[in-house]
Write a protein that binds this ligand. Structure first.
Ligand SMILES: *Cc1c(COP(=O)(O)O)cnc(C)c1O
Length: 431
């Protein structure tokens, strides 16, 4: 039972006693902005409510899944109906087949897939199958990209570690870290050099096709195409981590937007309809390496469970609504333009990036161009971010507690609500 008479302060003290940092994911902590985290009681549409019933316009959207806003009626209904029929069986279900059919119909590079329970599990498993398929060990990632918390991926892993200022990660064996080569995002020359030297030993190149875990960094012209070309030349697999971009930037993901076909793709966030889910998939010849038909073992008690499959299916069916993406993008663009105007009015020379319904406010003074890589992103004035964050909170707007996180606009964020948020930004910038 919840104890509504306990103060937030006392609840946070108890949380810290029972959960490291009082949270179950470090990005939720308020360490970098100061103060105690807000405890959320509920979410409806574009809003979340705290324990005192204070309402915030929410741009966190659970870090990506809630493209329809919180507790959309059609999805919560499907979850309740499905739960009444049993949540998981340790056996095959039709829902898994229908969900796979749906994903594959929108993302043709994904000929076969496997469902798992988080984005982290998806990337870890994709790396294993890439190594099994190629018989190689090394992998390449790009600085500032986040691919979940698997050992192999934690080098220069973007927002979460950047906010905490952790250089590497304790507990990752040196041998594992050595098998990961990290290259600056958008640096075609550096990537070409790495492939020239190590290409024959590289199993996979992992990339966020639009980087959304170091603020937002769009791929430079020809960047993704060069990855594709050099992976082909050297026999390495190209893996697009579309855990954020999948079904966020369009039904076909970033791979459709940039017309580059990866060998493997990872998903998470949106495809679970707000429930824990991940998936990895791609070329049939590669996916046939996975047990029980191939020698690469990967399993999961709750993988493909009915709740996540049904919620995901209801989510994707809703996203097929004609004009869903153009409408959401237009609203986000309008909001970003107003935000730029408000910043200018308050003498801030920061940069707003936007792609589809994702945006990022880069608090860098005299910014004259969008950030192109992690080194640039880190030039943000983190001290300027804190008063903005706290001011927004005070005026009823919640963004992630880090200058390195993007914001998400959902279908529930109608123009009137976004205009309210603009007012809150104006007030927060006055302080
Ligand atoms: C969130 C995210 C992950 C990890 O997914 P989890 O479900 O948090 O494990 C992996 N890759 C990208 C690009 C992400 O944004």
């Amino acid at each position: 039972m919840q104890n509504t008479s306990m103060s937030d302060r006392d609840l946070f003290l108890q949380a810290q006693n029972l959960l490291p940092g009082g949270v179950n994911s470090p990005v939720r902590a308020y360490g970098s902005v100061g103060g105690d985290p807000v405890f959320i009681q509920s979410g409806h549409g574009a809003y979340v409510l705290d324990r005192q019933g204070r309402r915030y316009i929410d741009f966190v959207c659970s870090y990506g899944p809630h493209i329809l806003g919180h507790s959309p009626e059609n999805i919560t209904r499907v979850i309740a109906e499905t739960a009444a029929q049993g949540t998981c069986f340790g056996a095959a279900t039709e829902l898994e087949v229908r969900m796979a059919e749906k994903v594959s119909s929108h993302v043709p590079s994904v000929e076969m897939m496997r469902f798992v329970n988080s984005g982290t599990e998806a990337t870890m498993s994709a790396l294993r199958v890439a190594r099994g398929f190629t018989g190689r060990t090394l992998m390449v990632k790009f600085a500032g990209c986040y691919h979940g918390h698997g050992d192999a991926f934690l080098s220069e892993a973007g927002s979460g570690v950047a906010t905490l200022g952790i250089p590497g990660c304790a507990g990752v064996p040196e041998g594992v870290a050595r098998d990961t080569i990290t290259v600056p995002y958008n640096n075609i020359e550096a990537f070409t050099d790495v492939m020239r030297v190590h290409g024959a030993n590289i199993a996979a190149v992992f990339v966020e096709p639009i980087a959304c875990n170091m603020g937002m960094v769009l791929p430079a012209d020809g960047f993704l195409q060069t990855l594709r070309k050099l992976c082909d030349q050297h026999g390495a697999l190209l893996v697009f981590d579309e855990v954020i971009t999948g079904f966020r930037v369009g039904l076909g993901g970033a791979q459709a937007m940039f017309d580059v076909r990866p060998d493997l793709t990872t998903f998470g966030k949106i495809i679970g309809g707000g429930l824990p889910v991940g998936a990895y998939g791609g070329r049939r010849d590669i996916m046939n390496m996975i047990a029980p038909i191939g020698p690469v073992y990967q399993a999961g008690t709750l993988s493909g469970n009915s709740l996540a499959m049904a919620a995901g299916l209801a989510m994707l069916e809703t996203l097929e609504t004609p004009d869903f993406y153009p409408t959401l993008e237009a609203r986000t663009a309008r909001f970003c333009n107003k935000l730029r105007a408000v910043l200018a009015q308050h003498g801030r020379t920061w940069w707003i990036s936007q792609c589809a319904s994702i945006f990022h406010l880069w608090p860098k003074n005299n910014a004259t161009h969008a950030p192109a890589n992690y080194t640039e992103i880190k030039q943000a004035d983190a001290h300027a971010f804190t008063p903005l964050f706290l001011g927004l909170l005070k005026h009823g707007v919640m963004i992630a507690p880090s200058a390195f996180e993007v914001g998400f606009v959902s279908n529930a964020h109608i123009d009137a609500i976004l205009d309210e948020a603009i007012q809150a930004f104006a007030k927060a910038l006055e302080t």
